[in-house]
Design a protein around this ligand. Structure first.
Ligand SMILES: Cc1cc2nc3c(=O)[nH]c(=O)nc-3n(C[C@H](O)[C@H](O)[C@H](O)COP(=O)(O)O)c2cc1C
Length: 213
């Protein structure tokens, strides 16, 4: 297989997405596509757009990194005091979007976000590099700061406060898991008749339909 992205793009134009070839469970289907994206060295395959909204529906969106996916859902980590954290607290309905351009693939997810337990957030926090653990103490995410110098001097203060490897997790740095209610897999096709398969959850069962491109 050619390694260059243009070769990859060319190959994926001939890939089709048929109802009979996909998994019954969309999370397994996602894991399959994600594995392929990793194997093909797609840059930042775990970068996903996270859309949240206020209680009255005013949306905001930003990228975050997917850190785990299992039958329980899709997890990411952030600050609960940030704009997204505040919005999830007042309105747990969120959307996620992945785009793997070299594979002509998009995955859209809609569902509810739940905060992870302290134990789960601690477990992931403790795997992060020292600098990343320090940095979360510098200031509340999304708060207005007076200058770059303010951040740098806070960072050196925090470094002095936690000189060893032991840096505690602030209570406001937490994980969230998105439990999907709908997931759409989009495969771009050469003909412009792109494939779109949508799974929606109906109690404990997933229903699969095809959407017009
Ligand atoms: C590729 C990429 C990955 C990111 N991953 C995260 C992440 O995992 N967690 C996070 O809090 N911010 C992440 N950010 C920063 C967010 O996009 C955003 O700037 C920040 O979380 C504040 O968002 P908010 O004010 O809407 O809450 C990432 C940014 C980029 C470009």
């Amino acid at each position: 297989m050619g390694n260059s992205f243009s070769d990859l793009r060319r190959e994926y134009r001939h890939v089709a997405l048929h109802e009979e070839d996909v998994c019954d469970d969309p999370i397994e289907q996602f894991q399959d596509w994600f594995r392929q994206a990793v194997e093909l060295d797609v840059p930042l395959p775990n970068a996903m757009t996270l859309a949240t909204a206020t209680k009255d529906g005013k949306p905001t969106a930003r990228y975050v990194l997917l850190k785990d996916v299992s039958e329980k859902g899709f997890s990411f980590y952030t600050h609960s005091v940030s704009v997204k954290g505040q919005q999830v607290a007042e309105n747990p309905d969120v959307a996620l979007v992945f785009y793997w351009s070299q594979m002509h693939r998009q995955v859209r997810i809609e569902g509810r976000a739940y905060q992870l337990s302290d134990k789960e957030s601690d477990a992931y926090f403790n795997t992060r590099p020292y600098d990343s653990r320090l940095a979360v103490w510098v200031a509340d995410q999304s708060s207005i700061v007076e200058s770059r110098e303010f951040l740098e001097s806070r960072m050196s203060g925090i470094e002095k406060q936690y000189p060893g490897e032991r840096v505690p997790r602030p209570d406001t740095w937490v994980g969230y898991r998105v439990m999907p209610a709908a997931m759409e897999f989009w495969q771009g096709r050469e003909s412009r008749l792109h494939d779109r398969l949508l799974y929606t959850r109906d109690n404990d069962k997933w229903r699969l339909v095809r959407l017009a491109p």
